[in-house]
Design a binder for this molecule. Structure first.
Ligand code: ZN
Length: 376
């Protein structure tokens, strides 16, 4: 996620936090130290409230992380690799490398998070009860009770049957299992997500109008749900359109190449003008592919640098460019193309046989949507 910093690694999963976490932590600590704790446990000094508040907020983020780790560990056990966990404005996200291949796997991966939150609720409420029974400081009893409560709310909200919430994934898995139709399951879960989001936006605005500031937060969360559910259904449509299509069906075969010793000035003035492409594979004197040069890459250079360089100086080296084989599934290859400015170089063994550009993909997606009833 843009704007997040890396905190550490657990079981090979990078743990990160977005800057928005700092703002939420400060708001929560303030609300606890200045509002909830003095009301629930009166009679302490402000410093005591602040210490308890900061510790409680720390425990809150630890329990959020436990929720995401629960998803991640179960995913890893089910053969779905996890890249990173990021804590941000609306809680946490565990980024799975791919979707689960079976509905059962999806169901248990999704259910693990809320289960961890329920576990945290039991632990924190239990601690609060024990501390209350042994007459420990009331401020600690109240802080643990708050932690139990927020984890219960977190579990309850997350099981709402609406994508992209955990409950939406569970709903998706159930519809998928029952009907065998993954696309239909996605439609059901994302429609539920958009509906819940719209209800939250409406309800949040109504709350705000009658004077409850929290309504704004509610509406913002609803807006995030609508967006995420829409993105998910668009992505599913695209996936549906590309299923079964191989790189060789999409690529532009035998692309025009340039040599690495060509000057950038000559390249822009002649080669570029003669061919209607915005990316060219680069070859050396012997015809061996050595890189990829794109218009986007050249635009990032100033005029003086451009005038002094050859294509070889500015190209993306072949080792760093995204590559694919003709028989690769387009869907798998797509996730790699960021490394090549959105292009894939296609190699048959060591021979360069084609290039896949964004316009090649647009064309094939539009074609597939014309053919399939889903896209119509
Ligand atoms: Zn979750």
């Amino acid at each position: 996620m843009h704007g997040s910093i890396r905190i550490g690694t657990v079981r090979g999963i990078v743990i990160g936090a977005h800057w928005s976490v700092a703002a939420i932590a400060a708001l929560l600590a303030w609300g606890l130290a200045d509002g909830y704790l003095p009301t629930a446990a009166p009679g302490y000094r402000a410093t005591s409230y602040w210490i308890a508040a900061v510790l409680a907020v720390g425990c809150f983020f630890a329990s959020l992380l436990a929720h995401e780790l629960a998803h991640s560990v179960v995913a890893q056990r089910r053969g779905v690799p996890v890249e990173r966990i990021t804590l941000w404005l609306f809680g946490g996200v565990a980024e799975l490398h791919k979707s689960a291949d079976r509905p059962r796997d999806e169901l248990v991966i999704a259910a693990a998070g809320p289960a961890a939150s329920v576990g945290a609720t039991v632990v924190f409420l239990g601690l609060s009860g024990i501390l209350g029974a042994v007459a420990a400081p009331e401020v600690a009893v109240a802080a643990f009770a708050w932690l139990g409560l927020v984890n219960a709310v977190l579990a309850a909200f997350n099981v709402a049957p609406a994508a992209p919430l955990d409950g939406g994934r569970i709903l998706h898995a159930i519809v998928w299992e029952r009907t065998g139709d993954r696309a239909r399951a996605t439609r059901v879960a994302t429609t539920a997500g958009r509906t819940l989001g719209a209800v939250m936006i409406g309800g949040g605005i109504a709350l705000f109008v009658v004077g409850a500031w929290g309504g704004l937060w509610f509406a913002l969360l609803g807006w995030f749900l609508v967006n995420a559910a829409t993105a998910e259904s668009t992505h599913a449509l695209l996936e549906g359109a590309l299923v079964g299509i191989r790189v060789r069906d999409v690529m532009t075969p035998d692309p025009v190449t340039v040599t690495d010793d060509e000057t950038v000035t000559h390249f822009l003035g002649y080669t570029m003008a003669r061919h209607h492409c915005s990316a060219f594979p680069v070859v050396d004197g012997t015809g061996r592919p050595v890189g990829l040069v794109t218009l986007r890459r050249l635009r990032s250079l100033d005029a003086t640098t451009r005038a002094a360089c050859t294509v070889g100086d500015v190209m993306i080296p072949i080792a760093a460019a995204a590559r694919a084989a003709p028989d690769d599934a387009v869907l798998d290859a797509l996730s790699r193309r960021a490394a090549g400015d959105g292009r894939l170089l296609v190699f048959d063994a060591d021979r360069l046989v084609g290039i896949v550009s964004p316009s090649d993909l647009d064309r094939v997606i539009e074609l597939a949507q014309l053919r399939s009833p889903v896209g119509a």
